[in-house]
Ligand binder design. Structure first.
Ligand SMILES: Cc1cc2nc3c(=O)[nH]c(=O)nc-3n(C[C@H](O)[C@H](O)[C@H](O)COP(=O)(O)O)c2cc1C
Ligand code: SF4
Ligand code: SF4
Length: 260
């Protein structure tokens, strides 16, 4: 069997949550990067004996639309999936349920799932520093259990996950990064933007309609020349305050009914 890490992690928080799952399998994973615009996801075909760690962040309580559409193009052919959702301590709402539905439609068998807090990539004061050491230990324990179930072939027919359909409506956030004067025009942000919203020839041009506010350009610019409007971020943070202030515990889903 091959181990795959199928990941949409614009600023690295989702990747941190997924890492203990990669470690639980004694094997180097092949990475499928869902942020990579150069990949033809239609060409990806997996096998029944493969195991995939599929990790996405929650954006507005949903699977980011671009990650969903790229996952829908993959042919899984019965490959097993461990579903991972990272969220910034507000809520993950329908993200796990939506991810399961997408994966089942692509031919995956969903074996286990987890939702865990990771530092909010826009409002960093929420879930600051998470996943922390404690989170990583808990994730590691659950990862080992999930790995064992897969090795024993104990895959639930239909993993029961929270969420409801129709899914929570999400129309994006109005916080779009801009380029500051100290930009050196290295082009990195344009190359790495998951939706090609930044002009490859002029990094001062960002297509606000394409931009999904994922904050990757802000986090990777080597000279910190991409930034968001601090007043808008403060307004968004004050709206979120009640919902995001108490640290969330991770939610794990791994049930197997041998009668099924
Ligand atoms: C556009 C956007 C929308 C988000 N929506 C939510 C949300 O609805 N609930 C929540 O708890 N966190 C939300 N977050 C926080 C992210 O889920 C969290 O920071 C995640 O770790 C980001 O993943 P990454 O570090 O892999 O990019 C949002 C972040 C962004 C950028
Ligand atoms: S990564 Fe930073 S310096 Fe490079 S083009 Fe983008 S904004 Fe400019
Ligand atoms: S321009 Fe928008 S979509 Fe592209 S990396 Fe920056 S925040 Fe993400």
């Amino acid at each position: 069997m091959s181990l795959y890490k199928i990941m949409f992690s614009p600023t690295g928080g989702t990747d941190k949550v997924a890492e203990p799952f990669v470690q639980a399998f004694d094997q180097e994973p092949k990475t499928i990067d869902l942020t990579d615009c150069t990949v033809d996801f239609h060409q990806i075909s997996l096998a029944e004996e493969d195991t995939c760690i599929v990790a996405v962040p929650s954006f507005g309580g949903r699977v980011p639309e671009i990650a969903a559409s790229r996952l829908e193009q993959i042919r899984a052919n019965g490959a097993k999936a461990i579903l991972i959702v990272a969220y910034g301590n507000r809520a993950y709402d329908d993200t796990l349920l939506e991810l399961k539905t997408i994966l089942r439609n692509s031919g995956f068998c969903c074996a286990a799932a987890v939702a865990a807090a990771a530092e909010h990539s826009i409002m960093h004061q929420y879930a600051k520093g998470r996943p922390n050491q404690n989170d990583l230990e808990e994730l590691s324990q659950f990862a080992k259990q999930s790995c064992q179930r897969i090795e024993e072939g104990k895959i639930p027919e239909n993993l029961d996950l929270p969420g409801s359909s129709p899914y929570r409506e999400y129309h994006g956030v109005p916080i779009k990064p801009v380029t500051e004067k100290n930009c050196t025009k290295c082009g990195l942000c344009a190359k790495k933007c998951p939706v090609q919203a930044i002009s490859l020839t002029n990094p001062f041009e960002t297509d606000g309609k394409k931009c999904i506010s994922c904050m990757r350009c802000v986090s990777i610019c080597p000279v910190h020349a991409r930034s968001i409007n601090k007043i808008m971020a403060a307004i968004a943070a004050s709206k979120l305050k009640k919902a995001a202030v108490h640290p969330r515990k991770m939610s794990c889903f791994l049930e197997y009914n041998s009668a099924v």
